[in-house]
Design a protein around this ligand. Structure first.
Ligand SMILES: Cc1cc2nc3c(=O)[nH]c(=O)nc-3n(C[C@H](O)[C@H](O)[C@H](O)COP(=O)(O)OP(=O)(O)OC[C@H]3O[C@@H](n4cnc5c(N)ncnc54)[C@H](O)[C@@H]3O)c2cc1C
Length: 541
């Protein structure tokens, strides 16, 4: 048995402190009774303009009678520690048809992870190439080369998160979070993600982690097919129960029909061709809100001063991040996917469309900090209440206009923050992390005017509250239009199967049930568990 002791605060520079002594003082026991202390979680508190401090949760081992005494004390400062235990493996009978997973983002990979644990050997389809080849093609593009519609920031092995910031936090409370983090560590992620309060991996480490994970899944029986695109679903239109009968797979321009009874659809929210294919089969989908806005970049030094005050530059402090919201306009303007020491990247899947997102390497050493600033767009703004894909049409309209406005060569529309707020174009632009060119152009050319007005009010509020936020070299790029899916592929709450189409398991961000790497991974695991428990029940008859 062990205890967990939260909220141990240490000043900057106090990281090497005598944790045993600190715990003993906190618990009012002698240091000799403390058998061991292990860091469970470490986070940084720099709120409220105070000097930053580290906050620890520690796992403490003491003799049993001391632990029992501490737990029984009035106002006990400790709780019993519940170590993580792996979930029970569901054994699957031989002879069950192999399920097909479409997509190798976190949702698809972790659905696969769960299935192979139970001895299932899924077939995994991925439209893009393996991650090494994907990295080569991505580098060619950001260095000024041609765009590849099947291998880019969102398509290819590892999915949209492969070249991301790799922030691994979620509001989802689920024991699978620990499993996902442990799996990533087992595949080469730094061990500190298990204890860091705001863990992140970084775009330089993620590709090799993704590769190791695939190799490990292959060793356990999964079979991967890269540059194999799901072109269509083959459906058995039995009037009693419409269900999946197979998939039409396109590779090298050739189409093949593959039989399948269960398809895990983990294609992400940029696979607009997949949504349209589903609509052609009248698969039930509904509109959902999504976020729209801009991505703001500052010199990292300005953000460090804003967050750390006089402690900025302290060697123990990481590049500062923030989580900001302005309520001044009535509609919240809030930061999204903040990337300290990061870069702004073009995150589209097609030529002719432009949107941006942010990423960083593990060390977060770039001189810039960037973050989305977005407002939530409700479906009543999509222009049609009957068409479930109206939100996608709106995204495409904005992204297409942005591409044109910036010159049609993946240059990004950009303005100095001060010019954006004042509603004018910039005569010159500061240096930026964006890897291709920038073009100063009015954002009215592609973003709705009322959204721009809301963003201006919100960003003005933030400049007034945090003067460093208004740094002369602060830059605004746009559009930030893919923070979440504007569509939900409806599924049964209990079985996770598509409503009205048996055997189809929509999952992850594209299905509207996740909003990040961890939540997508967890959704993938849950979908696999649902399928396995159904399959086990059926095979028992
Ligand atoms: C630049 C960037 C930075 C990000 N940073 C973070 C972050 O720091 N933290 C965080 O939590 N989230 C981040 N995200 C979001 C995160 O990446 C997504 O939420 C997550 O990847 C969604 O997982 P998914 O598996 O549902 O879909 P995806 O990761 O989008 O994966 C979908 C996969 O399906 C494949 N596919 C699509 N259509 C087909 C088809 N027809 N046939 C076969 N394969 C197909 C795609 O090629 C892709 O590999 C970031 C995203 C981007 C783009």
């Amino acid at each position: 048995m062990a205890l967990i002791c939260h909220d141990i605060r240490l000043p900057l520079g106090g990281e090497d402190s005598d944790l045993i002594g600190i715990v003993a003082r906190r618990l009012r026991v002698s240091p000799e009774t403390v058998r061991s202390v292990e860091v469970h979680r470490k986070s940084l508190d720099c709120r409220g303009g105070e000097v930053p401090r580290f906050i620890y949760s520690l796992i403490v081992e003491l003799p049993g009678r001391v632990e029992a005494h501490l737990l029984g004390r009035k106002g006990a400062k400790v709780r019993r520690w519940q170590p993580f235990s792996s979930p029970e493996v569901i054994p699957i009978a031989d002879g069950i048809p192999r399920p097909v997973i479409v997509g190798t983002g976190p949702a698809g990979l972790f659905a696969c992870w769960r299935l192979v644990e139970s001895g299932v050997s899924p077939i995994v389809l991925e439209r893009g190439p393996k991650v090494i080849e994907r990295s080569k093609r991505w580098k060619r593009f950001i260095d000024g080369g041609d765009f590849d519609p099947e291998s880019n920031l969102v398509f290819g092995e590892g999915g949209a998160g492969t070249y991301s910031d790799g922030k691994l936090y979620t509001r989802v409370k689920d024991s699978r979070v620990r499993e996902v983090l442990q799996a990533l560590v087992d595949c080469g992620a730094p061990g500190e993600i298990l204890t860091d309060g705001r863990p992140h991996v970084g775009s330089n480490l993620l590709p090799s982690i993704v590769k190791r994970m695939r190799v490990s899944l292959e060793e356990k029986g999964a079979e991967f097919f890269f540059e194999h695109r799901l072109a269509d679903l083959i459906i058995d239109d039995d009037p009693d129960r419409r269900s999946i009968a197979g998939v039409l797979v396109e590779t090298d321009g050739e189409q093949q029909r593959w039989p399948a009874e269960a398809v895990f659809l983990a294609t992400g929210h940029s696979a607009r061709d997949v949504y349209r294919m589903l609509a052609s089969h009248a698969v039930t989908m509904s509109q959902k809100p999504f976020q729209l806005g801009v991505r703001v970049e500052h010199p990292q030094s300005a953000i460090d001063r804003m967050q750390y005050g006089e402690s900025a530059g302290h060697p123990d402090l990481p590049p500062a991040d923030y989580n900001l919201v302005s309520k001044r306009s009535g509609d919240d303007v809030f930061s999204f996917c903040m990337c300290p020491g990061g870069e702004i990247l073009p995150s589209t899947e097609r030529e002719g469309y432009l949107c941006v997102n942010g990423a960083s390497k593990f060390q977060r050493k770039s001189p810039w900090a960037n973050s989305g600033f977005v407002v939530t767009l409700e479906p009543d703004r999509f222009g049609s209440s009957s068409d479930p894909l109206a939100g996608i049409d709106l995204q495409e309209q904005i992204e297409g206009a942005a591409f044109e406005a910036a010159g049609g060569d993946f240059s990004v529309p950009a303005l100095r923050l001060i010019d954006f707020i004042e509603g004018r174009t910039s005569e010159d632009l500061p240096q930026s992390s964006y890897p291709r060119k920038m073009k100063s152009t009015p954002f009215e050319n592609f973003l709705p005017r009322d959204i721009l007005e809301t963003l201006r009010i919100g960003l003005t509020d933030l400049v007034q509250r945090f003067p460093e936020f208004g740094d002369r070299d602060a830059l605004v790029t746009a559009p930030e239009s893919r923070s979440s899916s504007p569509v939900r592929i409806d599924r049964d709450r209990d079985t996770f199967e598509s409503i009205g189409l048996g055997g189809l398991y929509p999952l992850g961000e594209g299905a509207g049930f996740a909003g990040g790497i961890l939540s997508a991974a967890i959704d993938g695991m849950k979908a696999a568990e649902k399928w396995m428990s159904k399959t086990t029940q059926i095979s028992q008859f």
